[in-house]
Design a protein around this ligand. Structure first.
Ligand code: FHN
Length: 457
């Protein structure tokens, strides 16, 4: 907390903790899907044998000696080849549903400025490609039909827009140009909200350049306008900054959005870091690519168990976990993504109650076995580290209002023996409860022990 509160004209617009149905739904999602799709799917990190080593969706900014001659122009013309003949939004939505995703974040426009909807405000859009059709509409309709809430990703920064600049506009001419860009951004945002009324949230990105940061008067009023017109819409903390350039949290440490949107390819170490704020973590499967990456060799690919671990760690700290997919230029997921979606879905099928609508188990200290999540009087322990004697010892403070009473395995419904272990440490402030795992429990995945808690009499 700041030592003294300063007078801010452009501080946070969301002072109160939102408790409306849309935010409550957000709090219970648990698992989401991110999709990065655009022209960068065509190169997929390589062009005529040259390999780009940065994040695949950043390939337009390729520099250095390995960059093909005239690369930016080649890239900007890729839209003439964009024809994803295998694209079937319903197939993706079904896959996401099976995987267990409750919301999807879809890139309507990434940093290259290419819009996947037929925007009236720029010609650089999908209607000018051989494919022609409105991809955003197909996604919104298909995911909504599966009961998956849709959030639209929108990059403010645009690499090939003549009115865009990274630095603060200084001359009158620059101010006019950037003013036109701001107006264009506003138009596109309202166009999206108007075209696709089912949308639950906007996910802004590319808002770090000085030009945008110095436009705090404009962006403050724009946020106000969006929130006035769409009070149920959810927007994270990336949209704008205050007059001192502070992003995510204003100069009085107030969150500048409905949830913390800083957790990209990382997680907080401890729930205490979050100060009670809502949050989500967005995660890649390769180390750092969001767009399609053809070749997955020679880099670490997260396993399904890695992903389950990141998801459970997130939900155990009241956050959502959002897994990214980067489909190819024809509209197919990478085979590695298909595999992870399938494996994660199989796991969710059995264990989803430990993921959806759960909260941090604040009465129970962190455990080395894995992660706790809690829903009312049900405690879930997702075990990643199985003890060699198959005996799980739960540590429960003597001050706790509830104690473990019964336990069962979600994987097969087996009831587990649970008993108080009076280990008799002198002056101990904890009680211990031992749960015996069946020796013949064979699984190569983390497993969940569901524990019913009884009120202490
Ligand atoms: O630069 C982008 C990146 O390409 C990707 O879209 C991620 C997703 O969270 N956001 C930006 C970096 O923060």
């Amino acid at each position: 907390k700041p030592e003294k509160i300063i007078d801010l004209k452009y501080g946070s617009l969301v002072k109160a903790y939102r408790s409306d149905a849309a935010m409550e739904a957000f709090r219970s999602y648990g698992l989401g899907q991110f999709i990065h799709w655009g022209l960068y799917a065509i190169p997929g990190n390589e062009w005529e044998g040259h390999i780009y080593t940065g994040a695949s969706e950043w390939i337009r900014s390729w520099g250095g000696p390995s960059k093909p001659e005239g690369w930016a122009t080649i890239y900007d013309n890729l839209y003439k080849k964009f024809d994803p003949t295998d694209f079937d939004a319903k197939r993706w939505a079904k896959q996401a549903k099976k995987m267990g995703a409750k919301y999807v974040i879809f890139t309507t426009k990434h940093h290259d400025g290419f819009a996947l909807w037929p925007t009236k405000f720029s010609d650089y859009n999908v209607s000018k490609t051989p494919y022609k059709k409105d991809i955003v509409k197909e996604i919104v309709d298909a995911y909504t039909a599966e009961g998956i809430d849709v959030f639209l990703y929108f990059s403010v920064m645009e690499w090939n827009n003549a009115n865009y600049m990274g630095s603060k506009p200084k001359t009158d001419d620059e101010r006019q140009k950037f003013g036109r860009f701001l107006e264009y951004t506003r138009n596109q945002i309202f166009e999206l909200l108007n075209n696709y009324p089912q949308v639950r949230g906007l996910w802004f990105d590319g808002t770090w350049d000085e030009s945008w940061v110095s436009s705090y008067d404009y962006t403050y009023n724009l946020e106000k306008e969006i929130r006035d017109k769409y009070p149920r819409l959810i927007m994270g903390s990336r949209f704008r900054n205050d007059e001192f350039g502070k992003r995510h949290f204003d100069s009085n440490e107030q969150l500048m959005g409905d949830y913390e949107q800083v957790w990209e390819r990382k997680l907080p170490k401890h729930v205490g870091w979050l100060g009670g704020n809502d949050w989500e973590s967005v995660m890649t499967i390769t180390p750092g690519d969001w767009g399609y990456t053809k070749n997955w060799n020679n880099m670490y690919i997260k396993t399904s168990n890695d992903i389950i671990g990141l998801m459970m760690k997130s939900v155990s700290m009241n956050g959502n976990f959002v897994l990214n997919f980067g489909p190819d230029a024809l509209g197919n997921m990478h085979p590695g993504e298909d595999k992870i979606a399938r494996e994660l879905g199989e796991w969710m099928e059995v264990n989803r109650e430990a993921v959806y609508g759960v909260r941090n188990a604040s009465e129970f200290p962190d455990t080395d076995y894995g992660y706790y999540t809690q829903k009312g009087n049900t405690l879930y322990l997702t075990v990643f580290n199985r003890p060699i004697d198959d005996l799980i010892r739960l540590v429960v403070s003597k001050d706790a209002k509830t104690v473990p009473a019964t336990a069962k395995l979600l994987i097969d419904g087996r009831i587990l023996d649970i008993r108080r272990a009076d280990i008799g440490f002198d002056g101990d402030k904890d009680n211990y409860f031992d749960i015996k795992l069946p020796e013949n429990l064979k699984t190569n995945r983390p497993f969940v022990v569901k524990i019913n808690l009884d009120a202490v009499k």
